[in-house]
Design a protein. Structure first.
Length: 301
C-alpha cells in the first residue's frame, strides 16, 4: 500500500466513489423526465456556476480562461459535453449500475490512446494484459445486446463505452493543462462545455416547451450538478494533491459498486449473472493496469 494513502485519504476516496457512482443513479432518475441534451446542459451549467463561486477570483481564472478558451472548448467537448450526452442517452434504456460498469473501461481506453499519441506512456506487458482482460469483460457485457434476445439494445450498451473512449482522449489531451491550477481546469472546461451544450439543447429539445420535471427529477439534477460534478471535482483534486494521480485513479474501481448498490436499493435494478462476470473481468483488468498488486506480490516473494 502506498504510504501516502492514510485513513483520511482512503475515506475521501470511498466518498468520491459513492458520489461518482451516484451520478449514474441521479441521471437515471432525471433522464426519465428531462431529455438527455437538456439534462447535460443543466448539469454542466449549474456545476460551472458552483465552481465559479468556489474559485471566487482566485488563481487568475478569467485571464487563463481568456487566453486558453480554444483548449477549454476542446477539453469541455471530449471530457464533458460529449461523454455526458452519450451516457444519458444510453441510460434511457439501461440502468445506473450497468452504465457505470461499461463506463469503468475508461482507464483501459486511456492506456491504449496514450500509447498511440504520447511518447512517455507506452504499453507494457502488464498494461496489455489488463487491457485484454478488461476488453473481454466489455464484450461479455455487450454480447447479449448483439442478439435479439438481449434485454437492452446494443446501441444503449455501446454509448457508455463510447463515452469511456471520449474520456480516454480527454485524459491524454488534458495533460497540456498540468501547469494550470486544477480548479481552474475544472471550471474552465465546465464553462466551455456549457456553451457547447446550450445550442444543442435549444435546437433538439426546445426546453421552453417541456413540462416542468417533478420534484424528484429536479432534486436529481441538482445533485448531479452540485454534488457529483462540482463537489466531485473538488474532492478528486484534493485526493490527487495529497495522494497522487495514481492513487486517485483507484476511484474507478469504486464507482460501479456504488452505482449498482444505489440502483438495487432505490430503483429496483438487478444485474444478471453475465453482467456480474463482465464487471469482475473489467475490475480485474483495472487491477492489472494499476500494477500495485503485482508489485506487492513481487516484494513479498
Amino acid at each position: 500500500m502506498d504510504s501516502r494513502m492514510n485513513a483520511w485519504t482512503w475515506g475521501l476516496l470511498v466518498l468520491l466513489g459513492l458520489i461518482w457512482g451516484g451520478s449514474f443513479f441521479f441521471a437515471r432518475i432525471a433522464v426519465e423526465h428531462v431529455p438527455p441534451l437538456t439534462l447535460v446542459f443543466f448539469r454542466l451549467l449549474l456545476a460551472a456556476l458552483a465552481l465559479h463561486v468556489y474559485i471566487a477570483g482566485r488563481f487568475d481564472f478569467y485571464a487563463i480562461l481568456k487566453a486558453r478558451w480554444r483548449e477549454f472548448l476542446i477539453l469541455g467537448l471530449i471530457n464533458n459535453a460529449l461523454p455526458h450526452a452519450l451516457i444519458f442517452f444510453g441510460q434511457t434504456r439501461i440502468g445506473a449500475g450497468l452504465a457505470a460498469i461499461l463506463n469503468a473501461t475508461t482507464p483501459i481506453w486511456t492506456v491504449l490512446i496514450a500509447n498511440y499519441f504520447t511518447s512517455d506512456e507506452k504499453l507494457s506487458p502488464a498494461k496489455i494484459a489488463g487491457c485484454l482482460v478488461g476488453l473481454v469483460g466489455t464484450i461479455v457485457l455487450i454480447g447479449p445486446g448483439m442478439s435479439a434476445g438481449g434485454e437492452a439494445p446494443l446501441w444503449a450498451l455501446l454509448l457508455p463505452v463510447l463515452a469511456a473512449i471520449s474520456y480516454g482522449f480527454a485524459a491524454t489531451y488534458g495533460k497540456r493543462f498540468k501547469n494550470v491550477p486544477a480548479p481552474v481546469t475544472a471550471a474552465g472546461q465546465l464553462t466551455a462545455s456549457s456553451l457547447i451544450a446550450l445550442p444543442l439543447s435549444l435546437l433538439a429539445d426546445r426546453p421552453w416547451t417541456l413540462t416542468a420535471p417533478p420534484l424528484d427529477a429536479f432534486l436529481a439534477i441538482l445533485a448531479l450538478a452540485l454534488l457529483s460534478t462540482a463537489f466531485g471535482y473538488i474532492l478528486y483534486f484534493r485526493i490527487m494533491t495529497s495522494a497522487g494521480a495514481t492513487n486517485a485513479s483507484l476511484v474507478t474501481l469504486l464507482v460501479p459498486p456504488s452505482a449498482i448498490l444505489l440502483g438495487v436499493l432505490f430503483l429496483g435494478e438487478r444485474l444478471a449473472l453475465g453482467e456480474f462476470a463482465g464487471m469482475a473481468l473489467i475490475g480485474f483488468g483495472l487491477v492489472i493496469l494499476d500494477g500495485r498488486a503485482y508489485r506487492m506480490l513481487a516484494r513479498a516473494a
